[in-house]
Design a protein around this ligand. Structure first.
Ligand SMILES: [Fe+2]
Ligand SMILES: [Fe+2]
Length: 189
């Protein structure tokens, strides 16, 4: 897959703000991938595409939900922030014919999943630190990402949980499962 074409597509599909974010996530993902000796080009493409579905119209959302046989529940208000991950994964598969690693990394980039592979972990983290202004609480991730990917991810999840707690919302069940998995992985090291 050629990144030039993907870049052109996301430039068309996204606002300038989100386009710049996507480029940053792609570059960050590539850097982390290099560190862990993972396919850098794959990480770059996944970073470019991770938010491809973030600014779709309702009609387009409906089209992909239908095409990908996704749950209609995704259109519910409570899923408005997470559906772009599921839909983005379908676009990566149907439109760009990308492999499962890439599709899953896009699918899991907002709430995570206990079955995340290394590429998915990299993208989740790159999404957090691939920003012009990294929130203060996430700054340690910039270093942690290169020391221990599981610890970096666990740290992101813990911060997410704290933020949600302030709003009296609990973590998504998939995120909770991931957290448990990561706690086990991190404690065994
Ligand atoms: Fe996203
Ligand atoms: Fe993003």
């Amino acid at each position: 897959m050629e990144s030039k074409k993907v870049k052109k597509d996301i430039k068309k599909a996204l606002s300038t703000y989100r386009y710049k974010h996507s480029i940053k996530v792609a570059k960050t993902a590539k850097k982390i991938a290099k560190h862990y000796r993972i396919n850098q080009q794959k990480a770059y493409i996944t970073g470019l595409l991770h938010d491809i579905a973030k600014e779709l119209s309702e009609k387009e959302n409906e089209y992909w939900i239908e095409k990908g046989n996704l749950s209609k529940k995704l259109q519910k208000e409570e899923n408005k922030n997470i559906k772009h991950a599921d839909i983005g994964a379908i676009i990566a598969k149907e439109k760009y014919h990308l492999d499962n690693d890439i599709c899953n990394a896009i699918k899991y980039h907002t709430i995570g999943n206990k079955n995340m592979g290394i590429l998915a972990k990299i993208i989740f983290i790159a999404d957090k630190i691939g920003r012009k202004k990294i929130p203060k609480d996430l700054k340690p991730v910039k270093k942690l990402a290169y020391e221990n990917i599981n610890k970096a991810l666990l740290y992101c999840i813990e911060q997410q949980e704290l933020k949600l707690q302030q709003k009296e919302i609990s973590l998504h069940k998939d995120t909770k499962e991931l957290k448990k998995e990561l706690e086990n992985l991190c404690n065994n090291k």
